[in-house]
Design a protein around this ligand. Structure first.
Ligand code: NI
Length: 179
């Protein structure tokens, strides 16, 4: 079921999420949540979605980048379910890059993020995930996992002159989508 995406200003988006219970890996509850998240992300042409964005404050995120018109220049990212994630930046290198968010529709901003990142967590069946990534993949993971701490990307920005409407900043990207 496609669920409404909560927008910035909704108090629950700013609240930390609780860990998904271990005994509920592989459960019908988790499958139902993930089905809704996938449908909602695809319908909105998102590159990722965190459970709090549909009103569920649990540590579950999904992401994928594949032929996405909103991010035409980035390398693909395999579809990933990431539960109870732990992020560890590798090195001190930070890079600026443009981000958007389905909870901040119609806008983009430049956000500094760790360039290289190791992330660990679990898939929907409790299988361990352990990846070292960089670039846009690292950025997407940091963005999605920030949602689990109640952080939206504008709260990470350091130069508010690089925040604006997608239709103004990137007129070539604006199609039927809101964001
Ligand atoms: Ni977001």
């Amino acid at each position: 079921m496609i669920r409404p995406i909560l927008k910035m200003g909704t108090p629950s988006l700013m609240e930390p999420s609780v860990k998904w219970p271990k005994k509920l890996f592989g459960s019908p509850e988790l499958k139902a949540l993930l089905d809704d998240m996938k449908e909602t992300m695809i319908a909105a042409s998102g590159a990722g979605l965190a459970a709090p964005q549909i009103g569920e404050n649990v540590q579950v995120v999904i992401f994928e980048l594949k032929n996405n018109a909103r991010y035409p220049d980035e390398a693909p990212i395999p579809f990933t379910v990431l539960i109870n994630p732990v992020l560890a930046p590798l090195g001190d290198e930070v890079e600026d890059g443009w981000e958007g968010c389905l909870s901040v529709p119609g806008m983009r901003g430049v956000v500094p993020r760790a360039t290289k990142l190791r992330y660990t967590g679990f898939d929907e069946n409790g299988g361990k995930i352990d990846r070292t990534v960089s670039g846009f993949h690292a950025r997407v993971v940091q963005h999605e996992c920030d949602h689990l701490d109640g952080v939206l990307y504008p709260m990470r920005m350091t130069d508010m002159s690089q925040f604006g409407f997608t239709e103004v900043l990137f007129p070539e990207l604006v199609g039927g989508d809101d964001d």
